[in-house]
Design a protein around this ligand. Structure first.
Ligand code: PMP
Length: 322
C-alpha cells in the first residue's frame, strides 16, 4: 500500500488504516459481535405486573448465538499468548453454537478449525460448520458433550504441537468475554435498574462472567442459574451439572439460586415466545424464561434480565412444534 505521507506506527493502527484505504472501509463481521438488543416481554410479562422481564437477544450476534462472544475472546486470548497462529489448528469440543462461532471466526481470520461434535447435533449445525470450512469429528451421541470433550482431549494429547486447544470449558477467556461485554451492556441498557439476572448453564461462561460483573456494579443483584432437571433432557446447550463433567470455570456456590427446568416447560415457553411476543428462539431461551417466571412469582417486584442464547430456526424440526 502506498502511503501519502510519512506516518508513525500508531497512525497505521487498525481503524486509521481502514479510513485511509477505500478498499478496507466498512466494518468487519467480527466487529458485529456483542451490543445485542434487550427486548421487553410485554405480553408474558403482564402476568406479574410488578416485574419487568427483559430478554438479551443473543441471536443478533453474527454467528447467531451468545457463543460468538466467548469464541472471539478465546481466539484473541490465544493470539495474545502466542498459542494460536496459522501453523496450528484451533481444536475444541462443542455441542453446536460455539462450533459455529469458531468456524465463522476461523474463516474470517484465516485459521483452520477442527471440532469434536456429538453425532446427534442438528444436521443444520453440522452443515453450517462445514460451510465455513471447519473439519468435524463426530463423537458418540450416547456420551453427548462429554464424549466430544474426551475426543478433543485425546486428539490434543496425541499431537499437542498441531493444535491450539481452545478448551471452552476450562478457559477463563470464556467467562471474561461476558465479564467485559455482556455484563456492562446489561448494566447500561437497564440504566442500572436490573435486580435479577437469569441464564442457563452450559460451560457456565455466560452465567459466571455476566453475574460476576453485575454484582460488581451492584452486589444486591441476584444471579439465578437454570439447569435441566434430569440427565436425559432436551435443553440443547445446557448441562445437568450433577451428572456431567463439571466445567473448570464453574463455581457451583456462585449462583444465588439454582432453578431446575423441565424440558416440556421450556418447549411450552418457546412456543409462547413465538406466538405471543414474536420472538423465535432456541430451547435454552425457553428454559431461561421458565426460571425467570418462577423467580418473578416469588419476588413480585423487580427487573429480571434473561439471556436468550440463540434463535429458533435451527429447532423448527423438533417434535414439539408438530
Ligand atoms: N444455550 C445454548 C443454545 C447454547 O448453545 C449454550 C452453549 N453451550 C448455552 C445456552 C450455555 O452457554 P454457556 O456455555 O455460556 O454456559
Amino acid at each position: 500500500m502506498v502511503m501519502e505521507s510519512a506516518t508513525t506506527h500508531d497512525e497505521l493502527s487498525f481503524p486509521r488504516k481502514r479510513e485511509s484505504d477505500p478498499r478496507l472501509r466498512g466494518d468487519d463481521i467480527l466487529d458485529q459481535i456483542g451490543n445485542t438488543p434487550l427486548i421487553p416481554l410485554r405480553k408474558i410479562g403482564r402476568e406479574i405486573p410488578g416485574v419487568t422481564l427483559l430478554a438479551k437477544a443473543e441471536w443478533f450476534n453474527p454467528g447467531g448465538s451468545v457463543k460468538d462472544r466467548a469464541a472471539a475472546s478465546i481466539v484473541a486470548d490465544g493470539e495474545r499468548r502466542g498459542l494460536l497462529n496459522k501453523e496450528r489448528i484451533l481444536l475444541d469440543a462443542t455441542s453446536g453454537n460455539t462450533g459455529v462461532a469458531y468456524a465463522m471466526i476461523g474463516a474470517a481470520k484465516g485459521y483452520r478449525v477442527k471440532l469434536c461434535v456429538p453425532s446427534n447435533a442438528s444436521p443444520e449445525i453440522l452443515k453450517t460448520l462445514r460451510s465455513f470450512g471447519a473439519e468435524v469429528v463426530l463423537t458418540s451421541p450416547l456420551e453427548s458433550s462429554d464424549g466430544a470433550i474426551r475426543e478433543a482431549q485425546r486428539l490434543m494429547e496425541a499431537e499437542p504441537h498441531r493444535y491450539f486447544y481452545a478448551d471452552q470449558y476450562d478457559n477463563p477467556a470464556n467467562w471474561r468475554a461476558h465479564y467485559e461485554t455482556t455484563g456492562p451492556e446489561i448494566w447500561e441498557q437497564t440504566e442500572g435498574t436490573v435486580t435479577h439476572f437469569v441464564a442457563g448453564l452450559g460451560t457456565s461462561g455466560t452465567f459466571m462472567g455476566t453475574a460476576k460483573r453485575l454484582k460488581e456494579f451492584n452486589p444486591s443483584i441476584q444471579a439465578i442459574a437454570a439447569q435441566p432437571d434430569s440427565p436425559l433432557h432436551g435443553l440443547e446447550g445446557l448441562k445437568h451439572m450433577a451428572t456431567s463433567i463439571v466445567p473448570g470455570i464453574y463455581d457451583p456456590h456462585f449462583p444465588d439460586l439454582h432453578v431446575e427446568v423441565k424440558t416440556e416447560d421450556a418447549y411450552c415457553f418457546v412456543k409462547r415466545l413465538a406466538m405471543e411476543e414474536g420472538l423465535l428462539v432456541g430451547i435454552s431461551s425457553g428454559a431461561a424464561l421458565a426460571a425467570a417466571l418462577k423467580t418473578a412469582r416469588e419476588i413480585r417486584q423487580g427487573v429480571i434480565v434473561m439471556i436468550f442464547p440463540d434463535g429458533g430456526s435451527r429447532y423448527l424440526d423438533e417434535q414439539f412444534w408438530k
